[in-house]
Design a protein. Structure first.
Length: 467
């Protein structure tokens, strides 16, 4: 028998009895209990004041628990045994056409379930009273869970028009749970898709990130595309679709290829930003595409143009302009480098340069590149994978010898200035670059002695002598 296991439920049950009110576990926790998933947070609804109830439950647990109260929303929450527990009074919401903010008033449990987005999210379990532990299922949520279906409890056109974020949530839950969206609900999303424009980018991206972190992101991304939602926040992805044929020569469908790479990465990593890099690695292919009579289709510089586009996309989506952005840009920019290596003879110098450019992100870059091989020709895949293994081995050997991953020059600008009595100047830059290039080319070792000798030689060429 499936049941709610967190210790907060029993305490809430006793407190509800003492206060003579009804309390329920509701929403995601009930759904996840039936699906055998772990819930991140717990939602409890009471018929009455959620804030007063939260305070009473917290007091019953310990006088030291700190309750955060959100008066405007009528909610309160605290952390207990590593879980956020949120309390709200049952409420009734009504939307008016001219505003996205609902009019909220106190309501019954039924009112509260009516305002929830999907049948599988509208289940409740009484924590006290005669029905304690028996699930309340007004909209067939258990059956839908069984059939793996996302469906709105009420008229989907009203549900989505009231709060268009729910369209993103429908796809997000479908992708996280591996569910389908019933046709009636899906068609309503298609009809209301344009309403997504009134939702803030931050909230859209929040849901989209959950789709990217789901077991098979292509499931959710295809739903977004077919629902007509994707065009409102990531049209660049749609532009990857299709195959153009000239003189009987086609190129691969970059949309399908991209989704394949994303799924492969999502299977082996839960690094959201690596998944974003997979999603955007070929994003500039449509704008760099050319047909050449001799060599066929080319996408020259798509890695450079692509890394610039990443910045524009992040900016438009109000995503962070921080080291995460830089990381995604770097992986997009470098994503052809390892494959270029395996096609040629692998020289030490090329491997050193790759290590130098990728730094600590080299392992992620290698993962991306291996996932990028989506050829259907098993011989070709085998050859590529064998070559990648060689590159990895070489990367290890050279890293052990030369320590280039987080390279710091053995001689810095300050030492150069002091040695020759220089101020900040062009000469310092020239000498620094010469040292770096000599190390990357393997002309000298990555150590102070050899770098010092080289510095003297290079300085002499510039007519400089040590002081
Ligand atoms: P998870 O926490 O895993 O993301 P969840 O189902 O708990 O999933 P929350 O966003 O935490 O999702 O919301 C808790 C519950 O509140 C939902 O299960 C749903 O019943 C209700 N809910 C949340 N957002 C909305 C919304 N925009 N419209 C209607 N109901 C919502
Ligand atoms: Mg939740």
């Amino acid at each position: 028998m499936k049941q709610l296991t967190h210790p907060v439920y029993e305490i809430a049950s006793q407190v509800a009895d003492e206060l003579g009110i009804s309390a329920y576990a509701v929403g995601g926790v009930v759904r996840d209990m039936f699906l055998g998933r772990k819930s991140k947070d717990i939602d409890i609804v009471v018929v009455g004041s959620g804030i007063a109830f939260a305070q009473a439950v917290a007091k019953a647990i310990s006088p030291h628990i700190e309750v955060s109260v959100f008066k405007n929303f009528g909610t309160a929450r605290f952390r207990y045994e590593n879980t956020e527990v949120e309390f709200v009074g049952a409420r009734k919401e009504s939307y008016r056409a001219d505003s996205r903010k609902p009019v909220v008033e106190d309501g019954t449990l039924q009112d509260d379930l009516n305002r929830r987005d999907f049948t599988v999210n509208a289940l409740a379990i009484p924590l006290n009273g005669p029905e304690k532990g028996q699930v309340i299922d007004c909209f067939g949520g258990l059956q839908d869970m069984n059939d793996k279906l996302i469906r709105t409890p009420l008229d989907p056109d009203i549900t989505f028009s009231d709060d268009p974020l729910r369209m993103m949530r429908a796809v997000r839950f479908a992708s996280q749970l591996g569910f389908s969206i019933v046709p009636e609900t899906f068609e309503a999303i298609q009809r209301n898709a344009a309403r997504l424009e009134i939702i803030s980018k931050e909230r859209i991206v929040d849901e989209f990130n959950k789709i990217l972190l789901s077991p098979q992101p292509s499931w959710g991304i295809n739903l977004l595309k077919d629902a007509g939602l994707l065009q409102y926040f990531l049209p660049e992805l749609l532009n990857l679709q299709g195959v153009e044929v000239v003189n009987g020569r086609g190129h691969k469908d970059n949309y399908l290829h991209t989704l394949e790479v994303v799924d492969k990465i999502a299977r082996v990593s839960n690094n959201l930003w690596l998944i974003w890099a997979a999603l955007l690695h070929d994003i500039a292919k449509p704008v760099t595409k050319r047909y050449d009579e001799k060599i066929g289709w080319t996408f020259h510089s798509h890695e450079f143009v692509g890394s610039k586009m990443v910045g524009k996309i992040f900016n438009r989506l109000k995503m962070p302009a921080n080291e995460k952005l830089k990381y995604v840009q770097k992986l997009v920019l470098l994503h052809l480098r390892p494959i270029a290596l395996v096609e040629d003879i692998i020289t030490d110098s090329a491997v050193r340069r790759l290590l130098f450019d990728a730094g600590d992100d080299i392992d992620d870059l290698m993962m991306l590149c291996e996932a990028d091989v989506t050829s259907k020709n098993p011989e070709k895949v085998k050859r590529f994978m064998a070559n990648f293994a060689k590159v990895r081995k070489k990367l290890e050997d050279i890293e052990e010898k030369d320590r280039l991953r987080n390279w710091q020059p053995p001689i810095d600008g300050l030492e150069i200035m002091e040695t020759f009595g220089l101020g900040p100047s062009r000469e310092v830059g020239i000498i620094k670059t010469a040292i770096r290039e000599a190390i990357l080319d393997g002309v000298i070792g990555n150590n102070h002695d050899e770098a010092y000798q080289l510095m003297l030689t290079e300085a002499a060429k510039l007519g400089l002598q040590p002081r």
